[in-house]
Design a protein around this ligand. Structure first.
Ligand SMILES: [Zn+2]
Length: 326
């Protein structure tokens, strides 16, 4: 009797030990899993971005929006200030992020939409301070401005002469690349039907022509004034063969033209033929030119429609829509 009792007790003791060990094992496994989970989470960009100072929501947004290289870049930045607001700007380009942040340092009261616009078109630099090559393979979307230069020898192929019914000067004086010419003729004819007689005063100019114009203005008015009204050679869109300076039969002078009904008609309709007002009022800080109501550029109907609808300059369009974020 006494022996059986002792055996029962010993059994009981053994069972307790096993149970305790099992509990310890389970707790150990659970803790281990938790630890592994935590370590795995700490390796994620979401966690790293939160540690950097982003909210959970912003970290999730950045994590799903960008590839690892871009997320690494965000983690390397000094701070998170302005980043989310910048990214939410319509024309934000990741490739310009450093430039935006640098620009904000010196211009902290500037609206972020303006920071993006200015830096996208390189206007955070002084005009003509560096040269980028105009990519002529972009055809009607090629850009020529105070940072993009055309090769001295570039001459457009397949030019057509605008007849004297729609241009001043002598026969053959005013030429456009054929596809721009066709759309100009369509536009001029429809304008005539609407009661506005368009007249081209200048169109294609080669490098030497532009050199002459620019140097004349520089000698007469000084470099600053010359730069406001004429392009330096190699920087003139007129060399592309995609540009017309226009007035109308009714308003022969530029100052009349800018307040004319013809100009109003062009502003409302030219985009349907692929033409845009290249240097609009109020955009000098982006284009580098005072408003030129007479200077119209062919960019094709698709680009012209976007530019018209979004009220942006071609410079902004080119950087965002043509080059994009590569
Ligand atoms: Zn012009």
């Amino acid at each position: 009797m006494a022996y059986r009792k002792r055996r029962k007790l010993r059994l009981k003791k053994g069972a307790y030990v096993v149970i305790v060990l099992l509990i310890l094992l389970v707790v150990g496994i659970v803790k281990g899993i938790e630890y592994k989970k935590q370590k795995d989470y700490e390796a994620t960009y979401e966690y790293k971005l939160i540690t950097k100072g982003y909210s959970l929501e912003d970290a999730k947004f950045l994590d799903s929006k960008y590839d690892n290289a871009k997320k690494d870049k965000l983690l390397e930045l000094e701070s998170t200030d302005n980043i989310i607001d910048l990214i939410n700007q319509k024309y934000f380009l990741f490739r310009n992020l450093d430039t935006y942040l640098e620009y904000i340092k010196d211009n902290d009261s500037e609206k972020l939409s303006e920071v993006v616009a200015i830096c996208n078109v390189h206007a955070n630099n002084k005009w003509y301070t560096y040269d980028l090559d105009t990519d002529i393979s972009k055809k009607e979307l090629m850009i020529v401005n105070k940072f993009y230069t055309m090769d001295k020898s570039y001459e457009p192929a397949n030019m057509k002469s605008i007849s004297l019914s729609y241009s001043y000067g002598s026969e053959g004086d005013n030429q456009l690349i054929d596809y721009a010419y066709d759309k100009f003729m369509e536009m001029a004819e429809e304008a005539t039907e609407a009661g506005f007689h368009l007249m081209v005063t200048s169109s294609y100019r080669n490098y030497e022509d532009q050199e002459e114009i620019y140097n004349y203005r520089k000698t007469s008015y000084g470099e600053r004034k010359a730069d406001q009204t004429a392009a330096r050679p190699g920087h003139s869109e007129h060399q592309s063969g995609l540009v017309i300076d226009m007035t109308s039969k009714e308003e022969a002078y530029a100052d009349e033209f800018s307040v004319s009904e013809t100009y109003k008609w062009l502003k409302e309709n030219a985009y349907r033929y692929g033409f845009i007002e290249r240097y609009p009022e109020g955009k000098t800080y982006l284009t580098g030119y005072s408003a030129e109501s007479w200077h119209w550029r062919y960019v094709g109907v698709k680009a012209a429609t976007t530019i018209h609808e979004e009220n942006i300059t071609f410079d902004e369009y080119y950087e965002y829509y043509v080059l994009g974020d590569n």
